[in-house]
Design a protein around this ligand. Structure first.
Ligand SMILES: Nc1ncnc2c1ncn2[C@@H]1O[C@H](COP(=O)(O)OP(=O)(O)O)[C@@H](O)[C@H]1O
Ligand SMILES: [Mg+2]
Length: 279
């Protein structure tokens, strides 16, 4: 993580934003939402974006992910420039290289959980049977073995969000973008979802970018980018420990059962590290 980017040549991995600007037009009035954001997010890092409502968090996420076209500036992901790409190329790139988790999962209610997770693979041309098998494996790796045949409506909010995470990860994306992924969940369930999301992305090495207004959610991530009025105010990094060193084991082998565990079981790796330093 580095705000003071001087040498462009060093930023061909991870996410590199330079002078990223986005203005909306509303009823003929220009609404500046992002104002020359320059930022490097290293590959495989896990980052929170925080700031008051309306400061541009979602706009930053959506322009970085190629969902919104920037007004000006550059977005390089793993060395590839997104600004100026055709929409058809962008949509293929999003499907192949990015995973998305939204506040309310946005699962298709008439499809089974496995079909929801298999969908991105099928859109990429993977045959249905193979895609469904991979979906079931992905669900099992997130502690949802056997849930593939059910509908999203038959799950709890936290379980449904884990299905959404499975759908985001099933294509093995380079970057996972999450916008308020725990926005509709209680504290204990939020912690459970953040544990699954951070562990799973640490295992694949995907870069993880999470927009949140919740400090508890941000405490699961290595870095917090604070935004204000379309600009980055500060970047706070918690510890230099690698995620793999301070995260507990794979969800399937974790001693705590996420659905029933209390928040006390979800002291985040960074809280643990900070407490250890105090002692
Ligand atoms: N589609 C849009 N049209 C016009 N203005 C928008 C649009 N989307 C967001 N904005 C404005 O851009 C600013 C940043 O919005 P947003 O990125 O959604 O903030 P946040 O996610 O931090 O709440 C706000 O002033 C918001 O009203
Ligand atoms: Mg938002």
């Amino acid at each position: 993580m580095n705000l003071n980017v001087n040498q462009e040549s060093n930023y061909n991995t991870g996410i590199y934003l330079r002078g990223l600007t986005k203005h909306y037009q509303r009823e003929g009035v220009i609404v500046p939402a992002l104002n020359e954001v320059t930022l490097h997010i290293a590959r495989s890092s896990q980052v929170a974006i925080m700031g008051p409502s309306g400061c541009g968090k979602t706009t930053l996420l959506h322009t970085t992910a190629g969902i919104l076209t920037p007004t000006a500036g550059s977005i390089r992901i793993e060395g590839q420039e997104l600004a100026g790409m055709k929409e058809t190329d962008l949509s293929t790139l999003r499907l192949r290289r990015f995973g998305f988790v939204f506040q309310d999962g946005q699962l298709l209610p008439e499809l089974t959980n496995a079909e929801n997770v298999a969908l991105p693979l099928m859109l990429l041309g993977v045959p249905k049977k193979q895609a469904l098998q991979k979906a079931d494996t992905q669900l099992a790796s997130l502690g949802l073995a056997g849930s593939g045949k059910y509908l999203p409506g038959q799950l709890s909010g936290g379980q449904a969000q884990r299905v959404a995470i499975a759908r985001a990860l099933v294509t093995n994306p380079q970057v996972v973008f999450a916008d308020e992924p725990t926005g509709s969940l209680d504290q204990a369930t939020s912690a459970e979802v953040m544990q699954v999301l951070t562990q799973a992305t640490a295992q694949t090495g995907a870069t993880l970018v999470v927009v949140t207004h919740d400090k508890g959610v941000a405490s699961w991530l290595q870095h917090t980018i604070h935004m204000c009025d379309g600009k980055i105010e500060s970047v706070v990094s918690r510890t230099s420990m690698a995620p793999s060193e301070n995260k507990s084991t794979h969800p399937n082998t974790s001693a705590a059962t996420p659905a029933t565990a209390s928040t006390a079981n979800y002291a985040t790796p960074y809280e643990t590290a900070e407490k250890a330093e105090e002692n």
